[in-house]
Design a protein around this ligand. Structure first.
Ligand code: ATP
Length: 265
């Protein structure tokens, strides 16, 4: 009997030999990786390793100097900004990109801008469009009562929830979040991170998050991509990462130690 070959699914996110230079310095070395649909991935590494740059390239916010990014099998260069791109990837930046002067509902509905044309987007500032979507998303992140509040009056943790509600409303196939818990205390950090991971799992979305906390990376994510000096230091399932891997990843540079030696007498 002849059996059909197993159908290979297209990776959700793929980087082929990506390089990025800033001021002549190599920020990302030729780097390749592939992330499947529905994977939850933490990107970790020392400060300056290139985590934000990697996420920004995957999110098509920054263009690589060499190589190509494929999103759901399509070159990112061919994805049209607007509806097509917003259905594929949603990005949560460290700074959240909320407009403080606007009410929460308008910031949440900004997740729909990719779907709406210019006129509808402008109209929504006066008469919020698809209000039910915003209400539902705010209920899911636990702050439905903040619907009409001015966003700048919310606490840091509440603003983080607004940014999450905006992603829920956008419903991209892949969510890229850059240090989504950096400004939060440990209890709120756990709330936000578990919410993000649970929502993306429920919706079958791919999730890629950059994190400083190794502990949270190992606890919440299936796969860990570790960067060091713009290169992949290791890339493996979270349950196969060892203490030794982490020690090596974060070890202080020998040169840095040299620099810190006391002056000779
Ligand atoms: N727009 C830019 N212009 C110039 N240099 C940049 C730019 N963006 C990043 N870099 C440099 O690229 C390197 C990697 O930065 P990146 O922010 O990607 O690292 P990171 O791993 O996210 O760091 P952190 O954990 O501190 O946020 C750093 O040396 C940084 O100074």
């Amino acid at each position: 009997m002849i059996t059909a070959p197993a159908k290979q699914s297209v990776p959700m996110l793929k980087m082929d030999n990506i390089s990025k230079y800033y001021g002549g310095e190599e920020t990302l070395a030729p780097l390749s990786l592939s992330i499947n649909k529905g994977e939850t991935v933490a990107v970790i590494g020392p400060s300056g390793a290139g985590k934000t740059t990697l996420l920004n390239i995957l999110g098509t916010i920054v263009q690589p100097d060499r190589g190509q990014v494929l999103i759901n099998g399509m070159s990112s260069k061919n994805l049209k900004p607007g509806r097509q791109l917003s259905r594929m990837v949603g990005v949560m930046h460290q700074q959240l990109d909320l407009i403080g002067q606007l009410s929460v509902i308008n910031n949440v509905l900004a997740g729909r801008l990719g779907e709406w044309g210019l006129l509808r987007s402008l109209l929504s500032l006066i008469i919020p469009q698809e209000k039910a979507l915003a209400v539902k998303a705010l209920e899911r992140v636990g702050i439905p009562e903040k619907l009409y509040q001015k966003t700048s009056r919310l606490s840091g943790g509440e603003q983080q929830r607004v940014a999450m509600a905006r992603i829920l409303v956008q419903q991209p196939q892949a969510i890229l979040a850059d240090e989504p818990i950096s400004s939060l205390d440990p209890t709120r950090a756990v709330d936000i991170l578990s919410m993000l991971v649970n929502f993306s799992r429920e919706n079958g979305q791919t999730l890629v998050v950059s994190l400083h906390s190794v502990e949270y990376a190992l606890q919440y994510f299936n796969r860990i991509i570790a960067l060091r000096h713009g290169k992949i230091f290791f890339d493996r399932p979270a349950n196969q990462v060892t203490r030794e891997d982490m020690d090596q990843l974060f070890q202080i540079e020998e040169e840095a130690n040299e620099r810190c030696k006391p002056w000779p007498a």
